[in-house]
Design a protein around this ligand. Structure first.
Ligand code: GUN
Length: 265
């Protein structure tokens, strides 16, 4: 299924659902870093929220904010009864401990799913699995290869694929090239998130393989994924217009869940 069509359909369903709510669900986005990538991500999230009827408020702070001041700002939002979900856009400037910040967000509002006790599944992994399911990809007993072991993508994707009964192998920067090639050649599902432009290219792939490209690299020609476009496989997600849209969709879907959890109380 084309990602753009899938996302549009799911957003319409969320929009209909939200229109039946008693009040408008509210998301707060805290942004400290002013780099172009963070600004682009935040802009996309604000656009999605506006489209489907979520009230999204951006709290932007200068890069000179101290960790203590940031923690205080997060605490204010944690305690604000009118807020359903809170995300802190990563990365944060040097000198601020990202892991500490992730732990400071109230787990019931942590719609990014970064806190270990979060009520929510992390957005990128959830977006990928939901999309593959909608595309009727088979998981049971299939060889899934995850390339990259980050806390935001690699590790949680591996866990979700395992829950779907895949045989999961996680490869990374210390994997030997011959082993990398071996696992890729036998993979039914490949999820790659290493930020190395067109890393997947000349390797041998199963024609029936599914390639999910999480990578984003920028150069003078624009944005590029970790896989060269047009691999000889059954399904390959594009960059741009691929996993980024799925991540944003999951964020909106988690926010709707946060609202419902709150109302259910
Ligand atoms: N930076 C890159 N991806 C993400 C994301 O999904 N959430 C947040 N908060 N920051 C990010």
């Amino acid at each position: 299924m084309i990602i753009k069509d899938y996302v549009r359909e799911r957003k319409n369903v969320l929009k209909d659902e939200i229109s039946s709510f008693e009040r408008t669900p509210k998301l707060v986005i805290i942004q400290v870093n002013d780099d172009p990538a963070s600004c682009a991500y935040v802009k996309g999230k604000l656009k999605d929220a506006a489209e489907i009827g979520i009230n999204a408020e951006l709290l932007k702070f200068p890069v000179t904010i101290t960790q203590e001041e940031l923690l205080k700002e997060i605490e204010k939002v944690n305690n604000d009864e009118s807020v359903d979900g809170l995300i802190v856009q990563m990365p944060l400037p040097k000198g601020i401990d990202e892991e500490l910040i992730k732990l400071s967000v109230n787990p019931t509002k942590d719609v990014d799913g970064f806190h270990p006790l979060s009520s929510f599944v992390p957005c990128t992994p959830k977006g990928i699995i939901d999309y593959l399911k909608a595309s009727e990809v088979n998981f049971v007993g299939k060889n899934a290869v995850v390339i990259g072991r980050s806390n935001i993508v690699g590790k949680p994707v591996a866990k979700l694929l395992l829950q779907e009964h895949c045989n999961v192998t996680v490869l990374h920067s210390r994997t030997k090239e011959e082993d990398m090639n071996f696992y890729i050649a036998h993979a039914d599902i490949i999820v790659i998130a290493i930020g190395k432009m067109h890393f997947l290219d000349k390797q041998t792939f199963k024609k029936s393989a599914v390639v999910v490209d999480v990578g984003i690299s920028r150069d003078e020609n624009g944005l590029h994924g970790d896989a060269r476009p047009g691999l000889d496989v059954a399904l390959q997600t594009p960059v741009p217009g691929g996993v980024g849209l799925l991540t944003r969709l999951s964020l909106m879907s988690n926010l709707v869940l946060a609202y419902k959890n709150k109302i259910g109380k």
